[in-house]
Design a protein around this ligand. Sequence first.
Ligand code: NAI
Length: 542
Amino acid sequence: MNNVMNSPKGYDLLHNPLLNHGSAFTLAERASNGIEGLLPPAVDTLELQIARIHLQLDFLDNDLQKYLILSDLQTRNETLFYAVVMSDPATFMPLVYTPTVGEACQKFDHWFRTTRGLYLPITAKGRLKEIMSNWPQQDIRFIVVTDGERILGLGDLGVNGMGIPVGKLSLYTAIAVVPPHLTLPVTLDVGTNNDQYLEDPLYLGLRQHRVRGIKYDEFIEEFVQAVQSLYPKCCLQWEDFANINAVPILERYRDKICTYNDDIQGTAAVAIAGIYGSLRISGQKLIEQRFLFMGAGSAGTGIAELISEAMVLEGLTIQEARERCWLFDINGLLETSRTDIAEFQKAFTHAHPPCKSFVEAIISIKPTAIIGVSTVPKLFNQQVIATMSKINARPIIFPYSNPTSRSECTAEEAYRWSNGLAIFASGSPFDPVKINGHQFIPGQGNNVYIFPAMGMAVLVTEAIRVTQAMFIVAAQAVAEQVTPQQLDSGLIYPPQSQILKASLLTATKIATYIFDQGLTRAQRPDNIEQHIRAMTYQPKYA
Ligand code: NAI
């Protein structure tokens, strides 16, 4: 599986991030590769190199600067980068991905030094396959692709959104040990409607407004065809597209190729994992729940749909299940008299009088859970939380908007305003909270519990499709791993300090399901868990 290029030598070797060992090249390696004199004389161990990076990071008190140090390291020496990140995933995840990656993307053009991945501008329409062939690896199994239009909750960042595919793929490796040379970050540049960028001379993308409609669809189709042709075993993960494109693209390709959208399906799975965890605290069943979403975009409808499908597994019809999911957006409750409902929202648009107040919607619908996916901070205010707490013994409160600055409420607010009754999880991390002498550990409904494991499972099985049921299996696997003690402290996800172990267990469950369903091109191994372990990437010098 390892196709790490034809061995470069000399200066080129030191500038090949997959093969560079930097100061850890042994004297013999330096002699045989023609790099004597190109490095200081001492020979480091990997451990010493890791310690040096920790030292450099400890010196900084700014997360963006730490991100830049790590990002430079990734483009210089991938083994060391992953050895550092995997030395303490809980600490490094927020530095290489959310929340830090949000700020890094916003300033990507100003801080630009060097980058990973492929940039495919719409001006190259008709030549995508040729341009993609410039990528040095031939066996690519995972692509994360964005068009930069809805980066986290930050909006249209155009080509600056490249930090997302790069960061996300880093987590596939750091969390589920997917070999990094099999991954490829891609940004499709179809322009940007961000005028601030268009006017900024340092902006690095096409200087034009976004292309829409048929030209855009053709560009996406050409890209999909090129991926299929160049990398037939590749899984294509769509990331941070605006919902007007995200939903139709997923619909167009989900039954044709191995593909998924993490904002829609990964988010949905992690939310359901949190709900399964919450139900272990409240002792209730999924089909006894009613959900009200703040936000009716791709994340909200994606979660609502997967919840409905999970309810079907517990005996409801899909119609009955969808009727337990309600959406509220910038114009109020989605109900049948509204004339601005998009096609993808219709399944969750139910008969109800018009309602513009979220609190009134809560009083009327009596949800057991509210889920914030609006990108707007502070919408879960004291009145909202207090009303939920009046209706429910243990209200489920999930403010999922990212980054932290967009969260619908903080952990402290949810616990304080509910007098410690809330079962809480958020999209971005919050510190533990003490209320009435009880310590609560807020869970982070981070997609990282799902997508790296999904990636590993798809890789080992060479899956031909990524189905909704695979995400439900993943969610159940995550929820099952939370211990009773963790549930006691309010934690409904496995602790992030154990994410590596959790991901491998989740990957094993998903892979088993894929093999059981025959959705695979690979032969079923005797022991799936051992097989996965054998395929994992180790950040060590060969
Ligand atoms: P989107 O842009 O598709 O949808 C946003 C929705 O919020 C729209 O329906 C809009 O009408 C609604 N909205 C905006 N302002 C509102 C207001 N004042 N009151 C009520 N509704 C309002 O965005 P998408 O893709 O659905 O993502 C939403 C958020 O979810 C983002 O912040 C994203 O970071 C977060 N998210 C979190 C994940 C996680 O933590 N696991 C994963 C994926 C997304």
